[in-house]
Design a protein around this ligand. Structure first.
Ligand SMILES: [Zn+2]
Length: 427
C-alpha cells in the first residue's frame, strides 16, 4: 500500500516540476489514452463518438476535443449504466455521490487506486499555500476520511462541522493548526464565535477555502478575522482536484488531472477575458469517464496564463460557482447556508455514501416564517429520509420557520435561481 501511495505522490510531484510544454504533451497523452478507453469500454461514449463521426485516433490534443459535444449532468444521470466502464466492477470501486450543493446529484465511481492520486493532489494544493511535513493541518469535512489526507505521515485533525463551536474552539486552541481547510460560510460563522485573543493564540498561517464560491468581501472578512491569507481550492467528486490558488493568488488548473475548457453560450471556446461555462474532461477517472462535462461553474482565461510562482499549470480567473443565501428569521437571527445543508444532507449519509436518495433539491425562504423545500427522488429514496429531514429542520428552525416539503419531478434551474440551492426571497 505504501508503495502505491508513494508512487502517486511522486507522479503528482513530478508533474509540478515539468515545463509548461512538457506538461501539455503529458496531458495530451493522458487524454488520448482516456478517449480510447472510453470508446472501448463505455457504450455511451462510443455512441457519442460514432454519432459525431469521430474515431479515438482523431482526438490527440486538447483542441481535438471540440469535435465532441459536451455532456450535461442530466445526460450522466440518465445514462449512468452505459457511462460506467465495463472494465471495472462496481464492488472494486470507490462509490461516492455528489452533494446537492454541487447541482443535480450523481453517483460517481472511481477506481480504488485513484484515492491515492486524490490525496497526492490535495497535498499539492496545500503545499502551494505553504504546507509542509512540519506543519499541522485542521480540516472540516462532514465525514472525515479515516485514512487521513496526508498519507498518515503528517500532523492533521479532521472535524465534523456539526461539532459545537465551543468544542471546536478547544480543539483549535490545543492543536494550534498552521493550515485550516474550511468552507467560506463556515469560516465566517466560526470567526464570529472566536475572540481576537483566541485567534492570536491559535496562530493560523493560511486558510484553504473550498466547496463554495468565495466573494472578495467575504475573503477580506475571513482574512481580517483570522489574521492570515485565505486561498481557494476547486475540486469536485466527479473530477477530484481541478484547480488551486498559489501564494500569488492565481488559480492554477491541474492539467495532469483534468482538461478545462471555457465555452460561450453557443459552445465555442471563449477569448481571453471573456466569461463562459467551465467544461471538464477527467484524465484519471477510468472507472467512470467524464468527457467534456458541463459542471455548471463559470470563469474566464486571463490574458497571461503563466504565473511568477513558477508552477507549470496554466492560470484561470476566479471560479464563479454556487453561492447560497443564509435565511433570516424574525428578530434578525441569521441561519447560514452550511447549517441548512447539515439538516438537509447529513441524513442522506445514514443511507450510505454510495446511495442516491435524492437527485436534486432546492430550498427557498418565501417569508420570514415560511420556506419551501422541493426534492426530486433518487433510486434509493425512502420515506424515512423525510422523517429525518423534518426532524433536522425542526431542530434548526423550531417554530420560527414553517417549511413546506414537496416532491417534484424536475427542478428547473433556469427558471429558479440557477446557481443557488438555498435561496432567500425575503429581504
Ligand atoms: Zn502561481
Amino acid at each position: 500500500m505504501i508503495s502505491t501511495k508513494m508512487k502517486k505522490l511522486y507522479e503528482v510531484k513530478a508533474c509540478s516540476k515539468m515545463s509548461p510544454e512538457k506538461l501539455a504533451e503529458f496531458r495530451d497523452l493522458r487524454l488520448h489514452r482516456m478517449i480510447r478507453h472510453a470508446y472501448k469500454t463505455t457504450p455511451f461514449y462510443k455512441n457519442l463518438m460514432d454519432q459525431a463521426k469521430v474515431k479515438p485516433a482523431d482526438i490527440r490534443t486538447e483542441k481535438d476535443l471540440l469535435k465532441l459535444p459536451p455532456v450535461t449532468k442530466t445526460d450522466i444521470q440518465e445514462n449512468y449504466d452505459s457511462i460506467v466502464s465495463s472494465a471495472f466492477k462496481e464492488e472494486d470501486c470507490l462509490v461516492r455521490t455528489t452533494s446537492g450543493s454541487s447541482g443535480k446529484m450523481l453517483r460517481v465511481l472511481w477506481e480504488t487506486d485513484s484515492f491515492w492520486n486524490r490525496l497526492a493532489m490535495y497535498y499539492r494544493c496545500l503545499s502551494m499555500i505553504g504546507y509542509s511535513p512540519f506543519k499541522k493541518l485542521l480540516y472540516f469535512l462532514p465525514v472525515p476520511e479515516k485514512s487521513g489526507f496526508t498519507f498518515g505521515l503528517f500532523r492533521q485533525m479532521g472535524l465534523e462541522p456539526k461539532t459545537p463551536f465551543e468544542e471546536i474552539r478547544k480543539h483549535l486552541l490545543s492543536f494550534k493548526p498552521d493550515i485550516l481547510a474550511i468552507y467560506p460560510s463556515y469560516a465566517l460563522d466560526l470567526s464570529n464565535f472566536l475572540s481576537r485573543d483566541d485567534i492570536k493564540k491559535i496562530g493560523i498561517e493560511a486558510i484553504s477555502l473550498n466547496s463554495e464560491m468565495i466573494l472578495p468581501h467575504d475573503r477580506a472578512d475571513i482574512e481580517r478575522k483570522f489574521n492570515c491569507k485565505a486561498y481557494d481550492e476547486y475540486s469536485s467528486v466527479e473530477m477530484g482536484f481541478i484547480a488551486s490558488m498559489c501564494r500569488k493568488r492565481k488559480n492554477h488548473v491541474f492539467t495532469d488531472n483534468v482538461i478545462l475548457e471555457i465555452l460561450d453560450d453557443d459552445g465555442h471556446p471563449v477569448r481571453p477575458g471573456e466569461r463562459g461555462e467551465i467544461v471538464l474532461t477527467s484524465l484519471t477517472n477510468y472507472a467512470m469517464p467524464f468527457i467534456r462535462y458541463r459542471i455548471g461553474d463559470y470563469s474566464h482565461f486571463p490574458g497571461n496564463s503563466l504565473c511568477s510562482c513558477g508552477l507549470p499549470f496554466p492560470v484561470i480567473g476566479p471560479i464563479e460557482g454556487r453561492k447560497d443565501d443564509s435565511f433570516t428569521l424574525l428578530g434578525g437571527t441569521k441561519i447560514p447556508a452550511w447549517k441548512i445543508y447539515e439538516a438537509v444532507e447529513r441524513p442522506l449519509e445514514e443511507f450510505g455514501m454510495d446511495k442516491l436518495v435524492l437527485t436534486d433539491f432546492y430550498m427557498v425562504q418565501k417569508k420570514q416564517d415560511l420556506a419551501d423545500f422541493f426534492y426530486v427522488k433518487g433510486p434509493d429514496f425512502s420515506d424515512s429520509y423525510l422523517t429525518m429531514l423534518h426532524q433536522g429542520l425542526d431542530n434548526l428552525f423550531g417554530h420560527h420557520l414553517k417549511v413546506n416539503v414537496a416532491e417534484t419531478d424536475n427542478i428547473d434551474r433556469v427558471k429558479t435561481v440557477k446557481r443557488k440551492y438555498i435561496h432567500r426571497e425575503v429581504a
